[in-house]
Design a protein around this ligand. Structure first.
Ligand code: DC
Length: 217
């Protein structure tokens, strides 16, 4: 079984997807982490994000493993190296949408995601899971929240990780990524027609998880 969770950055998708996966005993697959891995690889190798041909070449040779730790956290391995923290840094966040908008990159990632998803019952979160990656997913959710609330959540997350970004920086980045993610030519962020829309603005994480579990069961 596949549970697809899509929505914009900062809506709480990954937090609730992770918890939902734990409750259900499913694998948690964070597809954003995969695009982040590729962005990190490009930055570390000094490849310009605008150099589409080189980014595609990197995508073809990349090895990404997502490991579910027993405590519910996710370990992300890029070419065998633990990059769980490195992929959350602002320098990666700033460029990842530009990497994710490249058509060939998406084709490669979608292929990997499909392979991961059929290996085991999974909760998969991203932007195009219910529309493109698994259009036949048994359950689909679109997790949203008001912009101000999403910015506040991301800001707190950054602080928790020790990142220096100001609230203004976070808002600018979020706005920028919302625009790129939802207006790009190939599989833009969009609610699948059959996805359940959840506005989490005034909901706690536990309330959202309980709601999702109830809908799945
Ligand atoms: O969810 P996130 O912030 O970790 O996602 C990082 C970026 O990757 C985000 O800007 C959009 C992109 N993304 C995507 O295009 N498709 C997905 N399935 C997941 C993420």
């Amino acid at each position: 079984m596949i549970i697809a969770i899509d929505g914009p950055a900062g809506a709480g998708k990954s937090t609730v997807a992770k918890k939902l996966a734990q409750r259900m005993g499913f694998l948690y697959i964070d597809t954003g982490a995969m695009y982040r891995c590729l962005a990190l690889k490009a930055l570390d190798q000094g490849v310009a994000i605008s150099d589409t041909a080189k980014i595609i070449a990197l995508a073809k040779g990349v090895s990404i493993d997502l490991i579910n730790n027993p405590d519910g956290s996710l370990k992300v391995l890029l070419d065998g190296k633990d990059v769980s923290e490195a992929i959350r840094k602002p320098r990666v966040t700033e460029v990842v949408s530009d990497v994710a908008k490249i058509k060939e990159v998406r084709q490669i990632m979608v292929e990997l995601q499909r392979r991961m998803g059929v290996s085991k019952d999974s909760v998969m979160d991203g932007r195009d899971i219910g529309t493109v990656v698994f259009p036949n997913a048994q359950k689909k959710f679109y997790i949203d929240a008001r912009f101000e609330e999403r910015a506040n959540r991301r800001y707190k997350e950054h602080k928790g990780l020790g990142n220096q970004a100001s609230l203004e920086d976070v808002k600018n980045d979020l706005h920028n990524r919302d625009t790129i993610d939802s207006t790009r030519e190939f599989s833009p962020l969009k609610k699948a027609d059959d996805a359940i829309y959840v506005d989490t603005t005034d909901m706690s994480i536990e309330e959202v998880v309980a709601y999702l579990v109830d809908k799945v069961k």
